[in-house]
Design a protein around this ligand. Structure first.
Ligand code: EPU
Length: 317
């Protein structure tokens, strides 16, 4: 089904020029390197361009999907109907904004890479972001996913966020009104929901503590080395594929115990290094990934009576 007609394509071309591509393979924009074409793929150069695009899409009743770094996304082979918006060209500044009660606030825009925020904090001698080292993706994606590791979560350091509401205006939401849970930020009560695709995170304000830069750097090296030793960081993946069950064994341990390390369907492979990573060992399709995901789920369900839920967002037609 094609949603984007010639008139819409012309409007997008005239308004966005080199910042829009049509029938753009999403395999080029996802860390798994799979996924069919988006009807249009737009990288707005400034906030005003994003606002214009959002208002126009709403009027034209076109579906849109805002993506971060595409690092937690499995796009189906038939691609995505409508418009995909990536914020990595705009909204990528990070700056100190003030200090209060012994801490320092840092504002990071949604399109900035999370590792840039971690590096910024270390360079400024600010403690609090090291938990996020090695997590791929953008600040906006990490906020929406409440990204985290055993060392901490986004909810530990976020003070407030700015959202783009459906009419195109921005709105600030304080931490108290943000509903965080495991790998999820729920924004139901922010009056900015407005249907599929909303709200859009524009930035986050982080509250960090002054600390010793050398100590932070040493801790960072240890965290990154541990990650490299236990995870297949050298192959295309979307990080951990399944959420960990609320209690008991981790998803990786369950898939490992099921004997599925090294299991391969097409180019999709359950990492022999860490069983909660489904990697693209070369030439995988989204179909291969989904088939391997189902194999892992069904096997774990049969053996342990535990239903694994993907952490990776599956999108597309
Ligand atoms: N384990 C196995 N076999 C495996 C993998 C793990 O037996 O193949 C065992 C480990 O030995 C350990 C336990 O399972 O006893 C937990 O494993 P690990 O320490 O690797 O942590 P995890 O729960 O699998 C979580 C996050 C990761 C994060 C690491 C380190 C989730 C779903 N995953 O993994 O996050 O990097 O902790 O902090 O919460 C991600 O979200 O993309 C991600 C990779």
């Amino acid at each position: 089904m094609m949603v984007l007609d010639a008139t819409c394509r012309k409007w997008l071309q005239d308004r966005f020029g080199k910042d829009v591509r049509f029938d753009e393979p999403m395999s080029r924009h996802t860390s798994l390197k799979v996924g069919g074409p988006a009807d249009a793929f737009v990288t707005p150069a400034a906030l005003e361009d994003l606002q214009t695009l959002i208002r126009w899409s709403r009027q034209a009743k076109l579906p849109f999907l805002v993506i971060g770094g595409g690092t937690n996304l499995l796009v189906k082979d038939a691609g995505i109907a409508g418009i995909v918006v990536a914020l990595t060209k705009c909204l990528n500044q990070i700056s100190k904004t003030g200090s209060r009660g012994g801490g320092v606030t840092v504002r990071a825009m949604a399109g900035a890479r999370l590792h840039k925020l971690c590096a910024f904090a270390i360079a400024a001698g600010l403690k609090g972001m090291n938990f996020a080292l090695g997590i791929p993706g953008t600040v906006g994606g990490a906020i929406m996913m409440n990204a985290g590791t055993s060392h901490g979560w986004m909810q530990d350091v976020l003070e407030e966020i700015t959202l783009l509401a459906p009419a195109g205006e921005t709105r600030t939401v304080a931490k108290e009104r943000l509903d965080f849970s495991y790998r999820k930020l729920s924004l139901k009560n922010t009056n900015a929901n407005g249907g599929p695709g909303y709200p859009i995170v524009i930035d986050g304000l982080f509250y960090l503590q002054p600390s010793d830069g050398a100590k932070l750097r040493q801790e960072a090296d240890e965290i990154l080395n541990r990650r490299r030793a236990t995870q297949p960081t050298h192959l295309p993946s979307a990080g951990c594929f399944f959420k960990n069950p609320a209690s008991g064994k981790s998803a990786g341990e369950l898939i490992d115990l099921a004997g599925l390390k090294g299991k391969k369907i097409g180019g999709a492979l359950i990492s022999p290094q860490h069983a909660n990573f489904i990697v693209n060992s070369g030439g995988a399709s989204a179909g291969d990934m989904l088939a391997l995901m189902e194999t892992a789920r069904n096997t774990v369900l049969k053996l342990f009576n535990i239903e694994l839920e993907p952490e990776v967002k599956i999108v597309g037609r």
